[in-house]
Design a protein around this ligand. Structure first.
Ligand code: MG
Length: 375
């Protein structure tokens, strides 16, 4: 999140100095973010204070002498846009102080003493403050000194200037410039990052392939469907070549290795195993990473049996194991035109592709440095 905001400030073309104000424990990590900064921008890391206002004040003390305009931005709003930075700076140049704000769209109730509503405010007169907030440096510095002197604590920087009875201008904010405060905000944040090209789309594709030879005295099970056949496929489990290929496709999409790693054929537990159950277990591991199936497509390559008449039953079985609707599963049969070992009917092969999606990362593995747009 910090990196995305930093990137916006670095690339907007209007900023000469960036001061990151962070918790003392985060100083080293913040410095590492600055390691490859553009040479034309001065960048510093400053330890924040106990409260927000102490932190901004510590940052103001580090601003290079002679600076005319200063912009304060909350790193919890990572989707800062260059046009919003420009609009705030332009208004501050004009008025002395400016902030991004959104007109209230919800009806606003006033209830100073708890659950009972005192009255309804006219929402046409109500604006919701965001950051960035931009100021003439001398004005903001004066406002902070006055606040410190008088023990005033505000919830934003503009309120300190308002106390001095100096004009503060509203700049139309950006609804996507949202503040990430609750864990559930991350899912929405991830979507916005994807739409803006800041993060890769939460999509992964995986490829699966399997082959089993025919042999006597075996059932023929494909996609969990028992086929009437003189011989079946040889394997440690039930040799369901379709379920195996699909398992490898979903495991592969989540970069979780392959079926042999999770269900080794040296393990007696999997002798004669129902491969649909193994697929469901593999999907459980995939789901732990936050991934769900978008769709699976397969090609079953064999001379016999005919796949098409049973394709819908196979789709239903695979869909149930994967926890999705059958409309997301495709089964196609293909012959080998009589060529090679598949054409001679010695084996059945299956190819599968799986597409997975995930709304939000569930762990630190998706740190922003993994997808810096300009690297
Ligand atoms: Mg297999």
């Amino acid at each position: 999140m910090l990196w995305w905001g930093l990137h916006a400030l670095r690339t907007c073309g209007l900023v000469q100095e960036i001061i990151l104000i962070v918790h003392p424990e985060d100083v080293d990590r913040a410095r590492s973010l600055l390691a490859d900064g553009p040479p034309e921008i001065t960048e510093k890391v400053v330890c924040g204070g106990a409260a927000r206002q102490d932190s901004v004040r510590a940052g103001l003390e580090e601003v290079t002498a002679g600076t005319h305009l200063v912009l304060v931005h909350d790193a919890a709003r990572p989707y800062l846009r260059a046009d919003l930075i420009a609009a705030c700076l332009q208004a501050a140049r004009r008025t002395g102080a400016a902030l991004a704000a959104l007109p209230a769209t919800d009806t606003v109730k006033w209830a100073p003493q708890g659950p009972l509503v005192q009255r309804t405010l006219d929402r046409a007169q109500v604006w919701l403050a965001q950051t960035p907030q931009a100021f003439r440096f001398s004005l903001l510095y004066e406002a902070y000194q006055a606040a410190a002197r008088e023990g005033f604590v505000g919830t934003d920087d503009a309120s300190l200037v308002e106390r001095l009875a100096r004009p503060v201008e509203l700049v139309p904010g950006d609804p996507q410039n949202l503040k990430i405060t609750q864990p559930e905000d991350l899912a929405l944040a991830e979507l916005i990052a994807q739409v803006r090209g800041l993060a890769p789309p939460g999509l992964r594709s995986g490829l699966g392939y399997d082959l089993h030879p025919f042999g006597p005295g075996r059932p023929l099970i494909l996609g969990g469907v028992h086929f009437e056949a003189a011989q079946g496929l040889v394997g440690h489990s039930d040799a369901d070549v379709v379920a195996h290929a699909v398992t490898d496709a979903v495991l592969g999409a989540a970069a979780l290795g392959d079926i042999g790693r999770h269900f080794p054929d040296t393990d007696p537990a999997y002798r004669g195993a129902d491969s649909l159950q193994l697929l469901a277990q593999a999907m459980g591991k995939v789901r732990q990473g936050g991934w769900e199936v978008v769709n699976v497509d397969t090609v079953v390559i064999c001379e016999q049996p005919k796949i098409a008449p049973q394709a819908d039953r196979m789709r239903d079985n695979l869909a149930r194991a994967l926890g999705v609707g059958a409309d997301r599963i495709s089964i196609k049969g293909k012959t080998a035109e009589g060529l090679g070992f598949l054409g001679r009917g010695e084996a059945i092969a299956c190819q599968a592709v799986a597409l997975l999606h995930r709304l939000a990362p569930t762990s630190s593995e998706e740190a922003p440095h993994a997808h810096q747009p300009d690297r």
